[in-house]
Every structure is written in C-alpha cells, then in structure tokens.
Design a protein around this ligand. Structure first.
Ligand SMILES: Nc1ncnc2c1ncn2[C@@H]1O[C@H](COP(=O)(O)OP(=O)(O)O)[C@@H](O)[C@H]1O
Ligand SMILES: [Mg+2]
Length: 397
C-alpha cells in the first residue's frame, strides 16, 4: 500500500492524479491544502491519516520556496520518503529542487498515464531507500559496489554484459543502480538502453556537478527499467578533455549515492579504464570463445597483476560460448588459469536486443544467454547481502 500525500487546492490536478492511480496502483491519495507546505515535517505528517506516507507531492499551486524548505527538512528527517513537485521550474530552479532532495518534477499538464509513471517511480524509490536503510548498521550508509566490466578486446560483449547487469540488478534494487559509459569515445550505452540523453558524462565531470552530488544526479538519465545512466559524450573528441582524476571523483560520488555503480569500459587498458579499476570493488572480465580474445585477457591480467590493480571481486564471463568454435569451457579456463564464473552462449536474441535498445533481461524470452546474464546479476545481488567489499583505494577527495 502506498499513500500519497498531495498538497494542492486545484481540483483538476487532483482529479487527474486520482485517475492515475485508480484501479492500477494499490495506492490511496489524501489531499490537503497547498498552504500545508508551510508546516513542519512533523505537523505535515500528522495530517496524514491511516497508512504511513510514502510520497509527498507538491501541486502546482504550492509556494515554491516553502516547498523547497519543506523538502529539505523531509530529506533530513525522513530520507525514505519521496518528494515530488508538479510545476515547470526554470533550469536554475531544477538544480535548487534537486538539492532540496526533490526526487522528480512533473509537468502539471501531464495526463493520468504520465502521472502514474511518475508515482510508480516515486514508490520504487521509497521502497529501495527503506530496504537500504534496513541493511547496514545504525542506518549508516554503505559505499555502493562499483563493478567494472572490462576486456582488452572490443566486440566481446562488454556493453551487452554491463547493460544487462544494470537491468538485472535494478530488479533487486530499484533506483539503486547507475551505469556509467566509460567508453568515452565510442560508447553505446545510450543506444543499448534506448536513451537520448540530454546530459552526458562531459556535463557531469565539469562545473558544479563535480562538487555537488545533487547536481550530478540531475544530469543522469533514467531508463524504462529504473536504471540511471550517465552516457558517453556526444562528440568523441570530448573524451580527450576528461581526465582520469575526474573519472575517479565521479565514480566516488556515484558510489556514495547508489547501491551499485556499473562501469562499461573501452577496450584495452587506457588511463580511464585504469582509473575505473582503482575505484572498483569488482571487475567482470568478458572473454570471447576465440584465441585472440583469450590471449588478450591473459596479457591484460598479467599487466594488472604487475600494477597491483586487481579489485577484490573477480568474475569471468565467457561470452559467445559455442561448441562449434572447437574450444570448450575447460580449454578457456586452462588458458586463462582462472575459472569461468558465467557462461553466456551465442544467441541471435542478443543482437536483436542490442538493435532494439532493449537489454535481453527486459524481455520474456529465456534462452541460454538470458539465463547466463540473469545468473550473473543474481550473483551480485546475493553477494551484496553478505560482507561489503572494499575498493582498492579509498576516496581520493
Ligand atoms: N552472446 C552473444 N550472442 C550473440 N551476439 C552477441 C552476444 N554478446 C554480444 N553480442 C553482439 O556482439 C556485438 C558486440 O557486443 P558489445 O556488447 O557491443 O561488445 P563490446 O562492448 O565489448 O564492444 C553486439 O552487436 C552484440 O549484440
Ligand atoms: Mg562497448
């Protein structure tokens, strides 16, 4: 049961919200006057009857300043509540709203279907925060797990594995997952998730976002499955402007806010990839079922051992598995000298999902590749219930 506390005196807005939840969401809306934005969080919440409040929604007629103040106080005193604002704020006001802890902003003219999506997202956020709050000791926030998906070679399935891992983890931790495209020149996370991002990693590492996580959050895109994404720059030349220190700071900021930070990377061991590895709690090595890919992984692992850049968690995904290659899983294990954790068979469903911009795990066809990717995501979700992993290097800031 989700209880929405709506502050507005506009009947038409209330009517559309009620239409949004009617019959489809097991929620109850309680409306109080827009004036209630001047109350303290305690007084506001005592006005809510019955089930505890999950989402506070400021209608378009609520005084903006009062709404921001109350949102800030709610964020401090009741961090598990989601606060949503209906309005068409100016860009500077959007940043102020995010800083105040406002989770989402809705156009007041939205139709019931759009409003329903907004409320669903807000409820997921509340659920996820409550679950996170229940873990750990004394409500202290743990640093999230940082999972770098890597391979020395291109085209072996890093983007496929990382986007599916993010989608799979978001099933266990809605709103708790962010994927970052660190293939800064030719990244394709946006296309794999069917996103047309307004902002990219280039916005996130320069200016206010690098100092302020709330501003940073305003630059993330949200895909249909509840995964946050920070996509690669639109212009490949921008990759040169981004330093490895900026990448490290960015990963740290995100790890403080999200339960899982999934990093898709460029092939090879360039400076951005090494910076990612320094911050990672886990590395997922993707290897194809062909000799060049296996050789590449072997020499890559050798270099990293020498540099002492191996994260604590190590996972090997054998992708494109196919008996017809003349190699077996054991052959691959013998060559790389470490066990394969997950096998993802070659599947014609994978390119189809890439081309549609819908990761395989969002679909219902459970073929071998689906099962392999699902197993990988579950491995992390299960693992995280146990001992927290440490990053190779603690916060640089
Ligand atoms: N298991 C698989 N079976 C069939 N095609 C795959 C599989 N994994 C990846 N692909 C396809 O291979 C291509 C390259 O994959 P991608 O994830 O972009 O690799 P990378 O990010 O390592 O360059 C994509 O078109 C993808 O759909
Ligand atoms: Mg890729």
């Amino acid at each position: 049961m989700s209880r929405f506390l709506l502050l507005t005196d506009i009947q038409d807005f209330e009517r559309r919200l009620r239409a949004a939840v009617k019959g489809v969401m097991p929620g109850a809306i309680q409306r109080i006057s827009a004036e209630a934005a001047h109350l303290t969080p305690r007084d506001l919440l005592t006005r809510s009857i019955g089930e505890p409040t999950d989402v506070v929604l400021f209608g378009p007629d609520v005084d903006r300043e009062a709404a921001f103040r109350l949102a800030r106080e709610l964020d401090l005193q009741h961090p598990d509540l989601a606060v949503v604002l209906a309005g068409t704020p100016e860009p500077e006001e959007i940043v102020a709203a995010m800083r105040a802890g406002i989770r989402d902003i809705a156009d007041p003219a939205s139709d019931p279907a759009e409003l329903r999506l907004l409320l669903e997202r807000a409820c997921l956020a509340t659920d996820s925060r409550r679950r996170q709050g229940g873990e750990g000791s004394g409500g202290e926030r743990r640093r999230g797990r940082v999972i770098a998906v890597m391979s020395p070679k291109g085209g072996v399935g890093k983007t496929t594995v990382s986007t599916n891992l993010a989608v799979g983890l978001a099933k266990a931790a809605p709103m708790g997952v962010v994927i970052v495209d660190l293939d800064l020149q030719f990244g394709d996370v946006a296309s794999a998730l069917n996103l047309d991002p307004e902002h990219t990693i280039a916005d996130a590492v320069f200016g206010a976002a690098a100092q302020d996580s709330m501003v940073l959050k305003a630059f993330l895109s949200l895909d249909e499955t509840g995964v946050y994404a920070l996509c690669g720059p639109k212009n490949p030349a921008d990759a040169d402007l981004i330093t490895s220190e900026q990448v490290a700071v960015l990963i740290n900021q995100l790890a403080a806010e999200f339960q899982y930070v999934v990093l898709d990377t460029a092939p090879g061991l360039g400076e951005h990839v090494l910076a990612a590895l320094e911050q990672a709690t886990d590395a997922v090595w993707v290897v194809g079922m062909d000799v060049p890919s296996i050789r590449g992984l072997n020499s890559g692992l050798g270099v990293l051992k020498e540099l002492q850049l191996m994260p604590q968690g190590r996972h090997v995904v054998l992708n494109f598995a196919d008996r017809r290659t003349g190699l077996s899983v054991q052959d691959v294990e013998t060559s790389i000298g470490i066990p394969v954790d997950t096998v993802v068979p070659r599947s014609r469903m994978v390119p189809l999902s890439t081309n549609k911009g819908m990761p395989l795990l969002t679909g219902a066809t459970r073929d071998g590749a689906w099962r392999g990717l699902d197993k990988l995501a579950k491995r992390f979700a299960q693992d995280s219930k146990q001992e927290p992993k440490l990053p190779r290097q603690e916060v640089l800031q």
